[in-house]
Structure formats: C-alpha cells, structure tokens
Design a protein around this ligand. Structure first.
Ligand code: NAP
Length: 244
C-alpha cells in the first residue's frame, strides 16, 4: 500500500470517534503522523491514538485558546502541521420557532467557528512553508437544508463559503482547501435520530442505506495527498446519491 503521506503531520479535530476516527486511521495508513483531537472523551481518543501510533490532544476547537493550544501541541510533538481536517461538529436539532439562542450559538461556534479558528491557527505556518491541505467536514444539510436543522445547516453552509474563500486566499502559496459533505452516515450523531427519520432517509437515498465512516475517510485521504495537487475550493458530496 502506498504511503503517500509519509513525513506529513496531520491534525484531525474530533478524531476520537465516528467519521473523525475513521479519518485519523486512514491518514495514519497513508503514513501521516496524526494528532487526534477530542473535547471530552479521553479514553476513546487515547484508543484511536494508540491505533494510529500518534497522540491524543484535548482541546475545545470552538475557542481561540483551544484551537491555538491544539496547534501548538501538534507542532511541539511533530513539527509544523501539513494536513488539517476540521471534522469536529455537533448538532442541536429543533424547529426554528423553538430554537433557543444557545442552540444556535453552540452549533455555529463549534462547527463554523471551530473551522475558522483552527484554519487561522495553522495558516501562517503553512503560508511560510508554501505547503498545506485543509479539509473541512460540511454536510448535505448545508447544501440542501434540512427541516429541524436551521442552526446546523447554516453552520455547514458557512463552512462551504469559508472553504471557497480561503482556497482563493492561499492558492498561490500552494495551500489547498476543500470540503467533504457526507449525507447520512452511521455514527453517534445519527444514532439519536428517531427510527422514523432514518427510515424516511433511506427511502430518498438511491442506495437505500446509510453510509459507513469508512466510506468518508478515503476521499479525505485523497484530498490530503499529492493526487489532489490541482484540486482546491471544492466540496465533495458523499451521500449514496441522495442529493443527485
Ligand atoms: P460524532 O460521532 O458525534 O463525533 C463528534 C466528534 O467531534 C467527537 O470526537 C467529539 O469529541 C468532537 N467534538 C465535538 N465538539 C468538539 C469541540 N468543541 N472541540 C473538539 N472536538 C469536538 O460526529 P460524526 O457523526 O462522526 O461527525 C463528524 C463530522 O461530520 C461533523 O462535523 C458532522 O457535522 C459531519 N457530518 C456527519 C454526518 C453523519 O451523518 N454522521 C453527516 C454529515 C456531516 P468528544 O467525543 O470528546 O466530545
């Protein structure tokens, strides 16, 4: 198996479980040194770090202090960051008419804010070194919208805009910025959805099933690596055909 990421340093935010865990494992298989970030579940993060041969690092990416400390810890352990995967994300679903301010603020600040703060924390070093790949996890919900997810879909649409703008800002410095938009993937995030919602989703997914985390990780690895050298500012949908 090709080790195209050998010598590269990667941070995966929210790498302790779900899609982030699969991405951390996949980047490690590509040869990268991986920093597995998490917010609260240190046991899960330590287990992923042990599997990747990397380190786990606690930080809340929705804060500037957390984001800056995470990048500093990665640099101290392995040197400058080459690959940033902004995967950490949360949902706090509900209808707009019942949505409290903190459900809006928490989701926008974690999803879009985390992406912004982490990208800002790595960008100067990437610009100086004329190398880097940033991959942001957005969602089909940020493209198509989803009832009950005004906060989440706004945060994910913001990530798509951020991806395009930052890609344009840093392209001439040889830094690439792309996004991956999963549809319904089987993780803790979708486990909490009522059966009715999941059954309804399956009916509108041409493949008639939810996706697996292992079906998201390979495209992230591709975008991180040399095969995607001329790809930037794009959002790649991985949804079993749901939005086609
Ligand atoms: P998940 O299973 O709920 O895992 C979320 C991860 O994010 C955990 O590792 C969690 O760490 C971490 N996290 C949450 N808030 C954080 C913060 N403030 N700072 C640092 N880490 C934080 O989620 P998932 O389903 O794998 O989703 C991963 C990404 O894909 C998210 O951005 C999500 O929006 C996106 N996505 C998911 C789906 C889907 O169907 N699952 C679809 C489209 C897009 P702790 O465990 O330590 O709290």
């Amino acid at each position: 198996m090709e080790m195209e990421l050998e010598g590269k340093v990667a941070i995966v935010t929210g790498g302790s479980r779900g899609i982030g865990k699969a991405i951390a494992l996949e980047l490690a298989r590509g040869g990268a040194k991986v920093v597995v970030n998490y917010r609260s579940n240190s046991e899960a993060a330590d287990a992923v770090a042990a599997e990747t041969g990397g380190i786990a690092c606690q930080a809340d990416v929705s804060t500037t202090e957390g984001a800056n400390a995470l990048v500093a810890a990665a640099e101290e352990a392995y040197g400058p960051v080459d690959i940033l995967v902004n995967n950490a994300g949360i949902t706090r679903d509900g209808l707009l008419m019942q949505m409290e301010d903190d459900a809006w603020e928490d989701v926008v600040n974690t999803n879009a804010g985390g992406c912004f703060r982490m990208s800002r924390a790595v960008i100067v070093s990437m610009v100086r070194r004329r190398t880097g790949s940033i991959i942001n996890l957005t969602s089909v919900s940020g493209i198509r919208g989803n009832s009950g997810q005004v906060n989440y879909s706004a945060s994910k649409a913001a990530i798509i805009g951020m991806t395009r703008s930052l890609a344009k800002e840093v392209a001439k410095r040889k830094i690439r910025v792309n996004a991956v938009a999963p549809g319904f993937i089987e993780t803790d995030m979708t486990k909490t959805l009522p059966d009715m919602v999941v059954d309804g989703a399956k009916k509108v997914i041409p493949m008639r099933r939810l996706g697996q985390v292992e079906e998201i990780a390979p495209i992230v690895r591709f975008l991180a690596g040399p095969g995607a050298a001329y790809v930037t500012g794009q959002t790649f949908v991985v949804d079993g055909g749901m939005s086609c």
